[in-house]
Design a protein around this ligand. Structure first.
Ligand code: NAD
Ligand code: ZN
Length: 369
């Protein structure tokens, strides 16, 4: 890895609430690592989804039982629809009769859905149980397990009910990626490349060299350094702005377009990471128009174009523009875009004209047609 900022064995997240470690472990070592985090049994709550449970429930339960714990497992249906008040209530109904103690740890084993839902359950049960994320999707590893955002969706919009609730630790077993579906690799790598574009030219170089091995071969030796670096970047941004008052907004690079694309295409049609890949291409185009000298547009666009995306030729710019104007992050009708002065040097622009944004979308649409 060509960056000097990586300290592979000492990743941690320093927030106003607590500093917690990110550790790369085998699932079998999770019980011992909970002890190292100061968390003890006998009870532990494991929240996971059906897909992940099919592969990892037994080995994890076995590891806990071997170590003398009593695991209580809750399995939710996979997918975004589980981030609901109804599912949360079911979790409460299942867990409260167990007479948990304030010290009972909650582990979320899965992707961002399980992390957000289980994290919010942990935040609210008995006014807060210790939480440990065991992220198994690439997106959860590089992004959602760090930073303490938890919550569920509401009919009015995504992620509208929730809290900032920092975990006690994030324990990553990269081997779990062996069973991750191919499309989820694209979702995760879109966010990892985003971290590089906003914060670390070395990560951009690295993904440029290794993306084929990562997405094509799911080669863990190529993937893990990118995961570590992406986690480090997210941790640093969260440390500087835990409650999203400033720099944390940079993580929305590509997301103004992405949220509109997901909404206009119909949720689930274009996956989040795919929409982010398209949104980053539009944001790069806007950035390059402002600072043609500072960004190698052709090179960076080619990197993003390596992320496969579905056909978006049917999405009208008018519909996207309307969706962007109504996004919850839009204030006073002013649409904000995170743009780049250069790789690693983002800023928030609220003065992009409709015509310039349309040109950016036309570019993306034509080049994906
Ligand atoms: P997800 O949790 O739905 O996981 C994607 C799919 O992969 C699911 O079907 C899941 O069952 C499956 N899966 C996960 N790990 C697997 C494995 N190792 N083997 C086989 N299958 C596996 O989605 P996601 O992309 O991980 O996360 C998306 C969610 O994260 C969204 O709800 C989003 O809002 C949220 N999010 C939260 C934050 C945050 O800061 N809290 C940041 C980004 C995204
Ligand atoms: Zn995202």
């Amino acid at each position: 890895m060509p960056t000097s900022r990586i300290r592979p064995d000492a990743l941690s997240v320093d927030t106003d609430v607590r500093t917690y470690p990110i550790r790369f472990v085998h699932l079998a070592e999770v019980p011992a690592h909970l002890n190292n985090l100061g968390l003890h049994g006998p009870s532990v709550v494991l929240i996971t989804d059906e897909n992940v449970a099919a592969h990892y429930r037994s080995p994890l339960v076995h590891a806990f039982e071997e170590a003398g714990w009593t695991p209580h497992v809750v399995v939710v249906p996979p997918g975004e629809s589980s981030k609901s008040m109804a599912q949360l209530e079911q979790l409460y109904d299942t867990l409260l009769p167990l007479e948990l103690e304030r010290s009972t740890p909650v582990c979320t084993l899965g992707g961002g859905v399980v992390g957000d839902l289980g994290g919010f359950a942990a935040a609210t049960l008995l006014r807060g149980l210790p939480l440990v994320h065991l992220p198994t999707s690439l997106l959860a590893q590089v992004d959602s397990s760090i930073g303490g955002k938890t919550g569920v969706n509401h009919a009015v919009g995504k992620n509208l009910i929730g809290s900032f609730y920092q975990p006690h630790g994030v324990l990553v077993d990269p081997e779990t990626l062996h069973t991750l579906p191919a499309r989820e690799w694209i979702n995760g790598m879109a966010e990892a490349i985003k971290h590089g574009l906003i914060a670390d030219p070395a990560l951009v170089d690295y993904t440029e060299q290794h993306l084929t091995a990562i997405l094509g071969d799911h080669d863990l030796s190529a993937t893990v350094p990118a995961v570590r670096t992406a986690m480090h970047i997210k941790a640093q941004i969260v440390a500087e702005d835990t409650r999203e008052a400033g720099k944390r907004a940079w993580l929305n690079f590509g997301h103004t377009f992405a949220h509109a694309i997901e909404q206009v295409a119909g949720y689930g049609t274009v996956a989040h990471g795919e929409a982010v890949a398209l949104g980053m291409r539009a944001a790069l185009y806007l950035s390059h128009r402002r600072a043609p000298q500072a960004l190698d547009h052709a090179r960076l666009d080619a990197l993003l174009a390596m992320l496969p995306t579905p056909d978006v030729s049917a999405l009208s710019f008018d519909a996207l523009w309307t969706a962007m104007r109504h996004d919850k992050k839009t204030q006073d009708g002013t649409i904000r875009f995170v743009l780049l002065h250069a790789v690693g040097d983002p800023f928030v622009a609220s003065d992009c004209s409709r015509a310039s944004v349309q040109r950016a979308w036309d570019f993306v649409q034509q080049s994906t047609a």
